[in-house]
Design a protein around this ligand. Structure first.
Ligand code: 13P
Length: 254
C-alpha cells in the first residue's frame, strides 16, 4: 500500500511546514503499515526533508527535467531532487500533460533519468472523458504505459509506482467507481506483465487518483488491483489525509 499526497501548487512555505508537521503527528504510526509520501512544491522540499527525517514518511517532488544538468531555466534535475531529500517523483501527471505539453516521449525520458538517479517515479496515466466515452480507455492508458516506460529498467517492482488518474475525475469530485478503477488497474497490470514479466506485475503498486476522499478511499483500496492512492485536494488537510490512510489500511476512527 502506498498513499501519496500531491499538493500541486498549494501552500506557502509556512503553511506547508505546518501541514507537514500535522501530517507527521497524525500519520507517523500508520507509516509502519503503508508507504506514505508527501509531494509539496519544490520550494518546500528541503524544509520538509528536515521535518521528515527521522519519520517513516517519504518525500517526493511533482515534476523534473530529464537532463542531468544544463541551461534549462526554471527546471530541476533528478539529482537536485535526490540531494534535497526526495525518494519519489511524480511524472506524467495529466496537468503536466495538458498545461505543459508533456508527451509520452518526454515522460519516458524523465522516467529513465529518475530511475538511473535512484528516484522512484510515480508514473501517472489516465484517459479523458472523451476517450472513456469512445471506449478507448484501455487503449489510451496502455499506450501511456508502454511508451512512458519503454526501455526503463526499474530493477525491482519497488522501484516504480503507477498511478491511474482518470482525467475526468481529477479535482472534479467525480470519482471512478471501485469497479471502473479496478478494471483499468487490472489492464495496466497485464500491460506491465507483458513488459516486465508476471512476478514484477504482481508486485508493482498501482495507485488510484482522482477525487479520493475519506468517504470513498476504503472501497477503492479494498479492490485487488488498487494498491494505494494519489491524493490531491484532500491531502491539503491533515485530518482528511489521515482518514484516507486509515481507510486504506482498513482501520477505523482516530
Ligand atoms: P484530486 O484528489 O484533487 O482530484 O487530485 C488528484 C490528483 O491529481 C492527484 O495527483
Amino acid at each position: 500500500m502506498i498513499i501519496a499526497g500531491n499538493w500541486k501548487m498549494h501552500t506557502d512555505l509556512v503553511e506547508g511546514a505546518s501541514l507537514v508537521a500535522e501530517v507527521i503527528e497524525r500519520t507517523e504510526s500508520l507509516a509502519l503499515d503503508a508507504d506514505l509520501v508527501l509531494c509539496p512544491p519544490f520550494t518546500h522540499l528541503t524544509v520538509a526533508a528536515t521535518q521528515l527525517s527521522g519519520s517513516s514518511i517519504s518525500l517526493g517532488a511533482q515534476h523534473m527535467h530529464d537532463a542531468p544538468e544544463g541551461a534549462y531555466t526554471g527546471e530541476v534535475s533528478a539529482r537536485m531532487l535526490l540531494t534535497s531529500g526526495c525518494g519519489y517523483v511524480i511524472l506524467g501527471h495529466s496537468e503536466r500533460r495538458t498545461y505543459f505539453n508533456e508527451s509520452n516521449t518526454s515522460v519516458n525520458g524523465k522516467v529513465r533519468s529518475a530511475i538511473s538517479a535512484g528516484l522512484t517515479p510515480i508514473v501517472c496515466v489516465g484517459e479523458t472523458l472523451e476517450d472513456r466515452e469512445a471506449g478507448r480507455t484501455e487503449e489510451v492508458v496502455g499506450e501511456q504505459v508502454r511508451a512512458g516506460l519503454s526501455d526503463a529498467d526499474p530493477g525491482t517492482a519497488d522501484g516504480l509506482v503507477l498511478a491511474y488518474e482518470p482525467v475526468w475525475a481529477i479535482g472534479t469530485g467525480r470519482v471512478a467507481t471501485p469497479d471502473q478503477a479496478d478494471q483499468v488497474h487490472g489492464h495496466l497490470r497485464k500491460v506491465i506483465a507483458d513488459m516486465f514479466g508476471d512476478a514484477f506485475a504482481g508486485r508493482i503498486r498501482i495507485q488510484y487518483g482522482g477525487s479520493v476522499k475519506p468517504e470513498n478511499a476504503g472501497a477503492l483500496m479494498a479492490r485487488p488491483h488498487i494498491d494505494g492512492a494519489l491524493v490531491g485536494g484532500a491531502s491539503l488537510d491533515a485530518s482528511s489525509f489521515e482518514a484516507i490512510v486509515r481507510a486504506g489500511l482498513g482501520i477505523n476512527g482516530g
